[in-house]
Design a protein around this ligand. Structure first.
Ligand code: ZN
Length: 77
């Protein structure tokens, strides 16, 4: 008489997500399919938003500076 106690198959073999930067198991964010711990995740977000700001500055302020022929033209000739 084979009696199987509810075999818990499939409950193991579930890998714990780890931070892809420092390898910490204390994962709290998933960014672009990768896991990050709080420390690395927040750093990624800060650097990402800083890059966006820098692109905007280069795009708008850079063009503005280029379109001004001489921002320090004092009219002396
Ligand atoms: Zn980390």
């Amino acid at each position: 008489m084979a009696r199987y106690k509810s075999a818990r198959v499939g409950e193991r073999g579930e890998p714990k997500p780890r931070c892809c930067v420092c390898g910490s198991e204390d994962v709290c964010a998933k960014i672009e399919g990768k896991f990050y711990c709080y420390k690395c995740g927040s750093r990624i977000i800060v650097e990402h938003s800083r890059r966006i700001v820098e692109e905007l500055v280069a795009k708008y302020l850079g063009e503005k500076l280029l379109t001004q022929d001489d921002p320090f033209n004092w009219g002396g000739g």
